[in-house]
Design a protein around this ligand. Structure first.
Ligand code: CAO
Length: 562
């Protein structure tokens, strides 16, 4: 048994590269060449492999650290003799450090030209450290693009690493002669660019990936070996999957995939880090499910659009796996129509409220036999006044009285999470079913209005909602909402709280039910009520009192006078 210090190998001259992943933990047993950490420079990412097989004794770096050649990564216990101690991780077998080679070489392609004069030059694949016939996995520029020196032109990938092939100079791309899927080797022409002589064009072609590639050489002299082997060594894990079939839960699968195992070139990884994007959330469209720069841009565009519209879509919030894309036409004929604006807003609000509000729903029946007798006795008089006296104005009045009697429901949670806003007004929202979607106009100062006035206002608001004539203010400021499906049917439903309100009453269809009066069952007209509330603001006891009060008032409307 011997203890060996593991050090960062030759990084081809690159200095202070980022540690983007620690692939092992203390106590892990590793085989020779297993990835220990993944580092990333400007142009390439690479595994730092175990120099020998053994057990990891300690790790002295963490993700986010910057390391250079010779820095200590940790210690490993091996069977080898003590002679191996201090041996740097994976002694490079390379013949010549790539960067050095590149430095010594003049620009492979720049022709001498008078300063200031535009010249065309071939762009060639730089030294790949001996690797041959590596795959072109992404073309990042097109003819006509202006590029700066060092900008990525194409991304190539070998067994263990992917790397950007950088532009040897600033200029304009005239043509690109390779395509995705081609294989290239050092010196192959990948295109032509126009540069202005006397400037950067005369600079030597950068060494391949300018950084960790030489280090990748340790096990495999190939410079193209700088990539997170988590991906390359086990391509089947993620990358070999064919593009998502219509019903595949693509996002769930990717969410389970660590970002380090997602296929992406160093430039894309760097951009993702700068923008704070988790790579496994981005839908890849590149070859072998590779995330391209365009994918990243498309993802960000989509997120910005979602954020600006306030829409939450059909999933994906707070870490919840979104619904898979389903092609319904595979099951039968379909017609895809755009949603109305109201429908979209309702969908967004419902998702927001459902996900944010811890709901509890309480059930009860109100005996409105007397209320109904009274209402029917007043119907003719109401009609003379031009109003329709349905149960709704009674419900409005009873809810207003309950909000006054049990003010625990007439509150909103302050956004700071530290305060409760208690309201000294009673405005009640009324859900209205319209052809364009659900609308909730608000009737103000319900506690101060009479039944006829409320009936008149409820009818006018429902009409305005159905005619699309409500103004934004007509739908703001409610303390509580009533959602009545009584005229439609059903024995009960659990409405969703319309936050920042903390309660909503669901009203179902009146039914005659046998009720025990102490001596016998008698037929009574029972109105099913459901009360959903935000349990952050309201406790079960408050809700019980509110509901009991409400049922009592509806059971004997004379109590409204008290
Ligand atoms: N049980 C039995 N009958 C009821 C009832 C109940 N709970 N509530 C109302 N009715 C009766 C009314 O008395 C009326 O009968 P008459 O014409 O014989 O008097 C009939 O049903 C139709 O009432 P209405 O719909 O004209 O008026 P309303 O006051 O009951 O309702 C409104 C007004 C705007 C609430 C209603 O039209 C509506 O849009 N409801 C749907 C609300 C909704 O979509 N909620 C779900 C939101 S969550 O998706």
């Amino acid at each position: 048994m011997a203890k060996q210090v593991i050090k960062v190998p030759d990084l081809g001259g690159a200095d202070q590269v980022d540690v983007i992943e620690i692939s092992v933990a203390v106590g892990d047993t590793v085989a020779e060449e297993d990835a220990l950490i993944v580092v990333e420079g400007d142009k390439a990412s690479m595994d730092v492999p175990a120099p020998v097989a053994g057990k990891i004794l300690s790790l002295s770096i963490k993700e986010g650290d910057k390391v250079s050649e010779g820095d200590v990564i940790g210690e490993i216990e091996t069977d080898a003799g003590a002679a191996e101690e201090e041996k740097p991780a994976a002694e490079p077998e390379k013949e010549e450090p790539a960067e050095k080679e590149a430095e010594e070489k003049p620009a492979e392609t720049a022709e001498a030209a008078p300063a200031g004069e535009a010249t065309e030059q071939e762009i060639k694949v730089p030294d790949l450290g001996g690797a041959d016939a590596v795959d072109v996995i992404e073309i990042t520029v097109a003819a006509g693009d202006e590029v700066g020196e060092g900008d990525s032109l194409i991304v190539v990938e070998g067994d263990k690493a992917s790397m950007d092939v950088p532009s040897p100079a600033a200029g304009t791309i005239v043509s690109i002669s390779v395509k995705e899927g081609d294989k290239v080797s050092t010196g192959d022409v990948i295109g032509v660019m126009k540069t202005v002589a006397g400037g950067a064009a005369a600079a030597p072609a950068p060494a391949p990936a300018a950084a960790p590639e030489a280090a990748a050489a340790p096990q495999e002299p190939s410079a193209v070996s700088q990539e997170p082997s988590a991906v390359s060594q086990e391509p089947s894990a993620v990358s070999q999957e064919p593009p998502a079939a219509p019903q595949k839960d693509y996002q769930l699968e990717r969410d389970l995939t660590p970002s380090a195992e997602v296929y992406a070139g160093p430039a894309v990884r760097k951009l993702a880090r700068e923008l704070g994007v988790t790579l496994n959330k981005v839908k890849p469209t590149g070859p072998r499910n590779r995330v391209t720069k365009d994918d990243l841009h498309a993802y960000i565009k989509e997120q910005v659009k979602k954020a600006e519209s306030g829409a939450v879509g059909v999933g994906g919030g707070i870490g919840i796996a979104p619904m898979p894309d389903i092609d319904f036409s595979q099951f039968g004929p379909v017609n895809v129509e755009p949603m109305t604006k109201i429908h979209k807003i309702t969908a967004a609000n419902m998702s927001r409220n459902w996900l944010n509000v811890p709901h509890v729903t309480q059930f009860d029946d109100a005996d409105i036999t007397e209320l109904e007798d009274f209402r029917k006795s007043m119907k003719a008089e109401a009609e003379k006044r031009g109003v329709k006296l349905t149960p709704v104005p009674f419900l409005l009045k009873a809810v207003a009285a309950a909000l006054r009697a049990e003010p625990s429901f007439n509150v909103s949670l302050h956004n700071d999470g530290e305060h409760i806003v208690r309201k000294d007004y009673v405005h009640v929202g009324m859900a209205v079913d319209t052809p364009k979607g659900l609308m909730v106009p608000v009737i103000r100062d319900v506690d101060k209005k009479g039944l006829y006035e409320l009936a008149e206002e409820a009818t006018a608001m429902a009409l305005a909602a159905r005619d699309g004539k409500l103004k934004p203010r007509d739908m703001q400021g409610a303390c509580f909402t009533i959602s009545s499906l009584g005229a439609i049917g059903g024995t009960g439903f659990t409405p969703i709280v319309n936050s920042p309100e903390v309660g909503i009453l669901g009203v179902s269809k009146l039914a005659v039910k046998p009720v025990w009066n102490g001596k016998e069952f008698v037929p009574r007209q029972m109105l099913p009520l459901t009360l959903s509330y935000d349990h952050r603001a309201v406790n079960g006891g408050d809700a019980g009192r509110f509901m009991t009060y409400l049922v009592g008032v509806l059971g004997d409307v004379r109590r409204l006078l008290l």
